[in-house]
Design a binder for this molecule. Structure first.
Ligand code: CO
Length: 309
């Protein structure tokens, strides 16, 4: 590791000087919804998320595009790029270029660059016993995207989740920086279970999550019940469940939900107990559906503990 690198952060961080660090992240994927404009928005919000998780200000973004120009109309690509640009501008950044290749299946995402004050930067290693855990978006996008692909649900049926995936973690991050919190990560492909375990390990604490408090998008539970579980959920379960205590008392639905890989998920924040009310109040006032899902209980070798009610 280079001496200027800062570990345990969601993005790559490179310290420029005492007051400034460069923050970089990259992500792209195949369409999760049919509407190309919405897909562009979701992919961009997802790529920008790692910057907001560390408290950085996004500055520039580069488009990453794979597209079958021989099979699909270029109008579709234009819509994807418009959606991405709209979210980049909403994030306060600019599209500075990009690269595209011919590809059998459309793929879109961004390489993003931002800046953060190293003294104010958030990592996954700051959790302290007594902190409360706050989650800023509902879970269940993996089940819903799988149901959409299987044509069990329509895009209109999952509009709540689509709006959620398009939502930038910008407002949540601004409130978090204003209130002052201990640690933060964003919930994406490893599911709540994976990102929570990673944060517990980085901070060397136990995170206790009350599974009955987990916020969920409409229809997600029904889709899991009929077996519409994405492949990534099985991988997350296999890899992370050995680091999770209290699974025996949990029902199958909550275990599935914990492992469900999220697209453009919310922030998982550890915040001092006496600041939690203010954090939740300010988030809700700006339209962020934040809720308390657990607490940091003890110093240890980094595990997740589940409880019910
Ligand atoms: Co992340």
């Amino acid at each position: 590791m280079l001496s200027q690198e800062i570990p345990f952060a969601d993005a790559a961080i490179y310290r420029l000087d005492e007051h400034q660090a460069l923050v970089q992240s990259v992500d792209f994927f195949t369409p999760v919804v049919d509407d190309p404009y919405r897909f562009g928005q979701i992919a961009a919000a997802n790529a920008l998320s790692d910057l907001f998780a560390v408290g950085a200000r996004p500055l520039t973004a580069l488009n990453l595009v794979g597209f079958p120009l021989c099979k699909l109309s270029p109008d579709i690509l234009v819509e994807i790029l418009k959606g991405g640009a709209e979210r980049v501008h909403a994030a306060g950044a600019v599209i500075a270029g990009g690269h595209s290749i011919e590809d059998d299946e459309p793929k879109y995402g961004l390489s993003v660059t931002g800046i953060v004050d190293p003294a104010r930067m958030l990592t996954t290693c700051g959790c302290r016993p007594g902190d409360r855990l706050v989650l800023t978006k509902p879970l269940g996008t993996g089940f819903l995207a799988t149901a959409l692909k299987g044509e069990v649900l329509s895009e209109a049926d999952i509009s709540g989740a689509v709006d959620g995936m398009c939502t930038l973690n910008k407002q949540a991050a601004e409130v978090m920086l204003d209130v002052g919190v201990s640690a933060c990560t964003d919930i994406t492909g490893f599911g709540l279970v994976g990102h929570a375990v990673e944060m517990a390990q980085a901070s060397q604490v136990v995170l206790r999550i009350d599974v009955t408090k987990l916020p969920v998008y409409p229809h997600a539970e029904d889709m899991a019940a009929i077996g519409l579980i994405p492949e990534g959920a099985y991988r997350n379960r296999d890899f992370y469940f050995p680091k999770v205590d209290g699974r025996k008392n949990c029902d199958q639905w909550h275990l599935d939900l914990l492992a469900d890989p999220q697209t453009s998920g919310g922030l998982l924040i550890a915040v001092a107990a006496n600041k939690t009310e203010r954090l939740l109040r300010q988030m809700r006032a700006t339209g962020v559906p934040a809720c308390q899902i657990g607490e940091v209980v003890a110093e240890s070798h980094g595990r997740l503990q589940l409880e019910i009610g």
